[in-house]
Each structure stands twice: as C-alpha cells, then as structure tokens.
Design a protein around this ligand. Structure first.
Ligand SMILES: *Cc1c(COP(=O)(O)O)cnc(C)c1O
Length: 342
C-alpha cells in the first residue's frame, strides 16, 4: 500500500495526493474522458480508493461515511421482497436503516445474536450480514462457514469489517461477497474525518455500487479523502501499537476486582468491560486521565463510552474501551490505577 502510489510517479510529481476540489472538468464535445463531473469521480478520492484497494486486494468504492457505504451495499444487493439477516449485537444504525427506511421499500429483516449464526437456517434470506467481532458485543462468527452455508441457499454474504480493518481480516478471502467498512474508525485513525468504503470482487455487484454512488450523489469530499489517505499510511504501525496495548492491558486487568467481566476477542484493540453499576462505569470513563470520553473507536487516543446510553442491548455498566497508541506502560499503569480507585 505504501508504495502503490509512489511507484507510479514521474519525476516532479508529489508523493501525497493533491486535494483536487472541482465540480467540473474541461469537457468539450463528445465526452472522451472519465473525468466529466465531480459527483462521478475525483482524483483525490481515487487515490484513497487505490490505497484501500491495495489492502483489500479488490476494487474499492469510497463513500462519505460508513453508513453511506452500508446503504450502498444494501441497495446493490437487496430488492423489494428480500429478507436480510443482521446481528442483534452489531452496529445499531444498520438495524435502524432496515427498520425505518428499507422497510418502506419492502425489504424485511431478522436480527439474531452473532453467536447464533452458526446454527441458523439461511434459506429465507437474500443477504446474510455479519460483523465479527461484533460492535459492541465483541462476539465472533466464522465467515468461512457462513459463506459456505450461504452459497448453498443462494444468499449474498456482506461483512461489516470495521472492527478489524483489512489488515487484520480480509472477508473476501474467506468467501464473503462484499465488505463494508466505516473508515472513520481505525482506517483514518485520527478522529478527524468521516469515511467509508465498499469492496467486492463480483463485477456485477461492483457496477451496482458505483451506479448507486453516482445516482444517489454519495461521493466523499476530496479533503476527507486526503485525510483518509494520510491516515492509512500509518495504519500498520498504529494497529501494531493499539493491538499490543490492548493485549498488555488485558493481561494486567483481566480478573480485576473492580470488573464484573472483561471481554476481548483475542484480536484487535476494542475491549468490553462490565462494571457493577452505571455510576462505577461513568466514574472509570470520566476520571481516568488516559481515557478520552467519547463515542466511536479506533483513534490514536484511548477512548471509552457506556454503550447503554445509545440503547444497545448491553448492561448499564458495560463500557466499550478502544485502546489507542499511547506508550504501553503509561497507559496500562494509569488504567490499573483508575480501577484500583473505584
Ligand atoms: C461506526 C460504525 C459504522 C458507521 O460508520 P460511520 O462512519 O459513523 O457512518 C458502521 N459499522 C460499524 C461496525 C461501526 O462501528
């Protein structure tokens, strides 16, 4: 990924992609260039897509947010009369999209826990939507087994791969038909832009996603594309630190008397901590000097929030902790000290 762009440059060209802000391109007579209008195509967005494509090993279509990517994937793969299976412990806005918007287009859905996917009958569904690890539940399912079972019933498998990124998990290699991601999280990594992408190796599905973006007007802003590209250049080193920090923290605090439970899928940088009460959880989040109280995850700052405040189906004392890039010892010591003071 780091050298995919630089390898194609001629002398005098910039290593970082120029931020091209234009709605229009010179276009006289019969159009003989793909660069016709800013809603279709933009060179900075293309640079971001090329970098993500190098990680996915597949063509990528960028979107202005994770939800814009999720909407595009649903619209490309589902039609009126279809039924979609989604995780009840996964990202809640995906269910809101189905419940409040797609229901009006006669697309219905069922929501079941991620851990129930393995034994569920897929025959009623056009789309099997999975998240593994799920956000915020952090439960796992086998993409490979789901893809095999879905092939037998003809369903398309779409994976929301936000929590791991293509560096830690590539669902297309495991048999998924399509992947969506909120690149607002670890991919961009600095909590300074919204971004998303869809990737698929199925040319017909790819064409539908491209068409959806053009017709619905859902292309990212070039400045956000620049920030995403810049963030991606350090994805590997950020993830390495974040995952090492998360593992070191789990080693130190698992079983701590201030915690009812600790959930860690063994990969990634998100940890689920359950405290005995909402008050204890809030005190932990708000009084620890190395935790930034906020929603979202995957940034360079360690951050945390109580997911029950959004209505997620988790205990009141459940905290989703996103481990950041701070020096390991300082981070682990400060969090352990905060737990001890509760
Ligand atoms: C944050 C998130 C989204 C939505 O992404 P936005 O960029 O906020 O639109 C989708 N799926 C998962 C798993 C997420 O964590």
């Amino acid at each position: 990924m780091l050298h995919a762009r630089s390898a194609g440059l001629e002398n005098g060209q910039p290593i970082s992609p120029p931020i091209v802000t234009t709605a229009k391109y010179a276009l006289a007579g019969t159009p003989n260039t793909p660069y016709t209008y800013g809603r279709d195509i933009n060179p900075t967005v293309e640079a971001a897509e090329a970098a993500i494509a190098a990680l996915e090993d597949a063509p990528v279509v960028a979107f202005p947010s994770g939800m814009a990517a999720i909407t595009a994937a649903m619209m490309a793969c589902a039609e009126a009369g279809d039924r979609v299976l989604v995780p009840s412990d996964g990202y809640y806005v995906t269910r809101v999209l189905l419940e409040e918007i797609l229901a009006g287009h006669e697309i219905t859905f069922d929501a079941i826990p991620t851990t129930a996917y393995a034994s569920h009958d897929f025959s009623p569904y056009a789309i099997i939507w999975c998240e593994t690890p799920s956000n915020p539940g952090l439960d796992l399912c086998s993409i490979r087994s789901i893809a095999e079972a879905a092939k037998a019933t003809g369903a398309k498998v779409i994976v929301d791969n936000t929590t791991l990124t293509p560096l830690l998990q590539r669902p297309l290699d495991l048999g998924a038909d399509m992947v969506v991601s909120s690149d607002t999280k670890a991919m961009a990594g600095h909590s300074d832009c919204l971004f998303g992408h869809v990737t698929t190796r199925d040319e017909a599905l790819l064409a539908k996603v491209v068409r959806w973006r053009k017709v619905s007007g859902s292309i990212p802003d070039p400045f956000a594309a620049f920030l995403l590209h810049r963030g991606l250049m350090t994805l590997d080193v950020r993830l390495e630190r974040m995952c090492a920090n998360a593992a070191a923290l789990v080693d130190r605090i698992d079983g701590h008397s201030a915690l009812k439970t600790l959930k860690f899928p063994g990969i990634g940088f998100v940890i689920g901590l359950t405290f005995e009460s909402e008050a204890k959880a809030e005190s932990f989040i708000n009084n620890c000097p190395v935790i930034f109280p906020s929603t979202s995850f995957g940034g360079v700052h360690t951050s945390a929030e109580r997911r029950a405040r959004w209505g997620d189906d988790v205990p009141d004392g459940f905290v989703r902790l996103s481990v950041g890039c701070e020096p390991t010892d300082a981070l682990v010591d400060a969090i352990e000290a905060s737990l001890a003071s509760l």
